[in-house]
Design a protein around this ligand. Structure first.
Ligand code: LLP
Length: 415
């Protein structure tokens, strides 16, 4: 739950605003975002890592207003398409603090980034090095994405550091070293750093330390001065009670120690560290509100069907993600139910076996926490259901920072 969320009567108060009021005023489904929680988590990173550049992973919550908060707190921004860059431009995010990512960057992505003057482009293939080399003017700063072969022990769909996958240049195969040479050969590019991202929802600091060891080994063997070492994002956030938050201070100390040690050992200057947190900043700031539309007693389960589902939260279907669900506005003796969505698929299940009051009924409001990261970002309009708004709450006031998608929005694209 967002910081400061509390129960008053039987209502849930988020950012000083009762959830029942938010549901009534903005409709459901509604993604509520507690601004202070976002700001505090962002500041936790800059405070724990004062010498590092903290880059918000814009894909986790693409929204100009959120990008503005990050800009004002001194964070940088990572974008992975011309579309995310367009949001950053709309936010007035300084180009000098934008990093462009992606294993595929189309010509349009690269041109948009060069035109806005983003400070660094992280190259991910030999094709891209050649294409960017031809498009760029003299001295475009570049980082190389390396696959360091570190297993971050996370879901296979979001484990991006292991060998044999689509991201980056493999360290083990020598492709990473070859990429360094190719970038250096391009007169229009200047190599400033190396990047790796070992995965998402990573719990162990040791995985990052291993990445540091391997990356410094590469820095030592490549024979080129590397000023920046970007360790990517992936810092875990808790979704269920009892799950740990990421040990940010442990990370700061151990990664700094390992980096200094390895650089001394290999006799290379210590590069400036970058980190790219997304989830750890925004996940726990978000709460999604749904309205119950139907309750059905199945043979062995009770299904509680709500007015959203896999279009606003595909994470259970994609990653087997689990969520807490809470009835707002009323208490009662709990019994286990399955919360399902409105979409035309049996797999449209939001949460299995969650305790809700036995008399849960149509019209009730349900609140699902930990929905700030990769929810708005992954939402679709499957079944032509408009995507929900994002409503920012702070100090007892609420304002939409993304409005609900309307039928007009949906119709606009069709011939
Ligand atoms: N940097 C790079 C290059 C990335 O690809 C990502 C996430 C991040 C940073 C931020 O990772 P974070 O700190 O948020 O874990 N849709 C999935 C997550 C996909 C992550 C994609 N890349 C989910 O809902 O769990």
């Amino acid at each position: 739950w967002p910081d400061g969320t509390h129960v008053s009567g039987s209502d849930l108060v988020i950012g000083g605003v009762p959830a029942t009021r938010l549901a009534a005023q903005f409709g459901t489904p509604c993604q509520v975002l507690d601004e202070m929680t976002v700001r505090r988590r962002a500041q936790a990173f800059t405070a724990a890592l004062p010498d590092a550049e903290v880059v918000f992973a814009g894909k986790s919550l693409p929204c100009p207003e959120v990008y503005r908060w990050m800009a004002s707190l001194g964070l940088s921004l990572d974008v992975s398409s011309a579309g995310e860059l367009a949001l950053a431009r709309a936010a007035g995010f300084p180009a000098s603090r934008i990093v462009l990512h992606g294993n595929v960057k189309t010509g349009e992505d690269l041109k948009a980034a060069l035109e806005y003057g983003v400070s660094r482009i992280v190259v991910d293939s030999f094709d891209e090095i050649a294409q960017l080399g031809a498009l760029a003017r003299h001295g475009q700063h570049v980082m190389i994405r390396v696959t360091p072969g570190v297993d971050a022990h996370t879901h296979a769909a979001i484990a991006t550091g292991v060998e044999d996958q689509k991201f980056g240049f493999s360290l083990a195969s020598g492709a990473a070293l070859e990429a360094v040479l190719r970038v250096v050969e391009q007169p229009s590019l200047r190599l400033v750093g190396l990047h790796c991202h070992i995965g998402s929802q990573v719990r162990h600091v040791a995985s990052y330390e291993e990445a540091v060891r391997r990356m410094v080994g590469l820095i030592a063997s490549c024979g080129v001065r590397i000023e920046q070492l970007d360790l990517g994002g992936g810092f875990c956030a808790p979704y269920l009670p009892g799950e740990p938050s990421f040990d940010l201070f442990g990370f700061a100390q151990r990664v700094r120690g390992t980096l200094n040690y390895e650089c001394r050992l290999h006799r290379v200057p210590v590069p400036r560290v970058l980190v790219e947190p997304g989830r750890a900043i925004v996940a726990n700031a978000g709460v999604t509100l749904y309205r119950v539309c139907a309750v059905k007693r199945g043979v062995s389960r009770t299904f509680v069907a709500v007015d959203g589902g896999m279009s606003d939260n595909p994470r259970p279907a994609l990653y087997g993600a689990q969520y807490v669900v809470r009835l707002v506005g009323r208490g009662g003796k709990l019994h286990p139910v399955t919360v399902v969505g409105r979409h035309c698929e049996a797999g449209d299940v939001l949460a299995e076996n969650v305790p809700l009051p036995a008399d849960v009924h149509a019209g009730d409001v349900l609140a699902v926490p930990a929905t700030g990261a990769y929810h708005h970002a992954l939402a679709s309009n499957y079944n032509q259901v408009g995507r929900p708004p994002v409503v920012a709450v702070a100090d007892g006031t609420a304002r939409p920072i993304v409005r609900r998608e309307t039928e007009e929005d949906l119709l606009r694209r069709y011939a």
